[in-house]
Design a protein around this ligand. Sequence first.
Ligand code: HEC
Length: 206
Amino acid sequence: MSQHEEHFEYSQPGEDRLFEHTYDGIQEYDNPLPGWWKNIFWASIVFAFFYVFHYHMGGLGQSIHADYNQEVAAYNVKLAKLEAERAKLSIDKQITAVLKDKKALADGRTLFVENNRCSQCHGTAGEGGIGPNLTDNYWIHGPKAKNMFRVIRYGGREGKGMIAWGKKLKYQDMIKLVAYVTTLRGTKPANPKPPEKDAKLYNKAN
Ligand code: HEC
């Protein structure tokens, strides 16, 4: 042991100190790691030990995998509830409800003729005019309530004149309108407009 090694003191933070040894003419600074860094290093080793025990070796913690399964299960329960609600709210069911409710159905007719909203193009009795006849079995967009709902809410084909009423009417009012329009089919108004050239013939059942 050489003399200077006996007296060696580690350098303090902020002060540059050379080790006193020299190898092949190369000298080395003494840069100790800061205390906080070493503390974190040791703490992480201790933490890892508890972590492995807690989550992987029968401790109380749940593994990520089990966490995931639990969340998926909870989500599926939620989804099932939402789907059940949605099924309840299917357009057909809502229309059926309005058809059974005389007052709501009368609202549908009012909405149709009020301010000439729909009747200006489809006629007061749905016989057609600028817009297609709504009483026959010919339909451009389909004869089902959900087809009608779609056209009324989002509009007809570009440039044909049937606007998207979804921006102007309340959802429930559109449901009432559709219900009312379904009751027009099969009626025999005076002066029915002949089928549009793009309309398809459906049989009464659909
Ligand atoms: C400015 C004229 C105009 C007004 C107002 C209008 N429509 Fe129309 N409507 C049309 C035209 C034109 C079409 C055909 C659209 C197409 O060719 O895509 C149509 C199509 C429809 C269809 C589908 C017909 C089919 O054969 O598939 C329904 C249902 C309908 N309208 C209901 C309504 C209701 C309900 C209202 C009132 C909220 C209304 N329309 C207001 C012009 C109008």
